[in-house]
Design a protein around this ligand. Structure first.
Ligand code: PMV
Length: 359
């Protein structure tokens, strides 16, 4: 990033409090495989969500004289102190310290809440890390910087160092991350928001079926690592470039038949890579496959452009245009909710990205 690290405002010891909300995102072309420092092995593109968000408030106070360790902070989730999150936050602080040197000079009280249930199996790292990155950069650069476009690019850069996919949560509705010959503006280091998006995608619907709300058996971190030396890695990375180019055309033209085809093949490729890793692992559950079959049969019978995508987990994201949302939602309630754990699902749609919360 040419103008990064930025000229940071010197931190002054007066308490300072900021608050940001940032959404989750769902990849259409998946990022799977990375190298240091948290750079993607292939480019990806996602839809930013609207309802699934993290709201984070950070209060910056003088560092207590008796504080131990490099960083002094407390972390609360939904009002409850969560010391088990400290190692992850500390790892993030270590990676961004070169850009935000004030982190060792202060005490931070970080209060987060998610609009979706924490144990729902929905990845909260994208929304959580992007919200935290925005708060910390805001403290470092001051209120005036928030209106500067470089602010969001830098926040995306920092968020990436917390969780790769978090760099795509800063903007909406569609964000690309990773270099690829067809998009000169795209970067390995931060997200890039495309404005060549057909209106049909501006309010696209994502109903998230919570198939399994337990802890995943294999984390994304481990999954990314297993792409090193993976027998299909090279072919996959080449394919992702091609899919990204095709997906950007589809998103610009609003071609829903091609969208359905590409999105589903991407989702299944992600899980095929997991199944072909060494050691192999399967994150889908029987109910995931049952839902996939139902969606394909429904599409065949109705010609409605309803499709699925998957994260690194068992939950199914059902994607469809808003124009048919009433019919599709009724069908989801009648036919698919029975496959969800405790019949839980979340109705979301495409959103506009992160924003500050005043007051
Ligand atoms: O950002 P991470 O390290 O949690 O990895 C995300 C990986 C996928 O969700 C499976 C794909 C993606 O591009 O978001």
């Amino acid at each position: 990033m040419k103008d990064f690290p930025p000229v940071l405002h010197p931190y002054h010891s007066a308490p300072h409090q900021v608050s940001w909300q940032s959404p989750s995102n769902i990849a259409l072309v998946k990022y799977w495989g990375k190298y240091d420092p948290q750079l993607p092995a292939n480019p990806s593109v996602s839809l930013t969500l609207d309802q699934c968000r993290t709201i984070t408030k950070v209060r910056c106070e003088p560092r207590p004289t008796d504080a131990h360790g490099t960083f002094s902070f407390e972390f609360l989730l939904g009002g409850t102190p969560k010391p088990d999150f400290h190692p992850k936050i500390e790892g993030f602080f270590q990676r961004i310290l070169a850009y935000l040197p004030f982190l060792t000079q202060v005490h931070l009280r970080i209060e987060s809440e998610n609009t979706f249930p924490h144990s729902s199996g929905i990845a909260s790292s994208a929304s959580a890390m992007s919200a935290l990155a925005l708060c910390l950069l805001h403290i470092a650069r001051g209120d005036e910087a928030v209106s500067d476009p470089s602010f969001f690019q830098q926040a995306s850069y920092l968020a990436r160092l917390g969780s790769g996919s978090a760099c795509r949560s800063i903007w909406g509705p569609v964000v690309v991350w990773g270099v690829t010959p067809s998009i000169p503006e795209a970067s390995q280091e931060f997200g890039w928001s495309s404005d060549r998006i057909h209106p049909v995608f501006a309010d696209y619907q994502d109903t998230i079926l919570l198939i399994d709300q337990g802890q995943k058996s294999v984390s994304s971190t481990v999954g990314h690592q297993l792409m090193v030396g993976h027998p299909f890695a090279e072919a996959r990375f080449k394919q992702a470039h091609k899919h990204l180019e095709q997906m950007m055309e589809v998103l610009a033209q609003g071609d829903l038949d091609r969208f359905v085809d590409l999105v589903e093949r991407e989702a299944l490729t992600l899980h095929a890579l997991m199944m072909a890793s060494n050691p192999s692992f399967v994150l889908m559950k029987p109910a995931t496959l049952a839902v996939i079959e139902k969606i394909r049969a429904y599409r065949k019978a109705t010609q409605h452009p309803v499709c699925f995508t998957l994260d690194a987990g068992a939950n199914v994201h059902v994607l469809y245009p808003k124009s048919i949302s009433k019919t599709v939602l009724q069908w989801i309630q009648d036919e698919l909710v029975v496959y969800c754990e405790k019949e839980s699902y979340i109705c979301d749609s495409v959103g506009r990205g992160s924003s500050p919360i005043n007051g």
